[in-house]
Design a protein around this ligand. Sequence first.
Ligand SMILES: [Zn+2]
Length: 103
Amino acid sequence: MLQLAGGCPACGLDYGRFNVGDGAAAGVILLVGIIVMPLALVVDFRLAPPWWVHALLWGPLVTGLSLALLRLSKGLLVALEFRHDAGEVSRMPPPDAPNSEQP
Ligand SMILES: [Zn+2]
């Protein structure tokens, strides 16, 4: 569900060259925490439910939000890599390679 497809079905763009790493997960962790923690604190201070109500509420919410936002953020990072032609540094030629731009 969270794996990138092999390529674009419309234009054949190879997604294998994109590597979003852990950037998507780090952003999603922060965002889900910002959303869920205030809700959990408000519910606890106002209603003081038993611990299992918290487990029933926040477990599925955190899981669902994380999965949904991971798909979105990975897609966004792939789009940004494509837009800015970002990639691994190893794609650059070594400094002593002949310059192909000179005649
Ligand atoms: Zn395409």
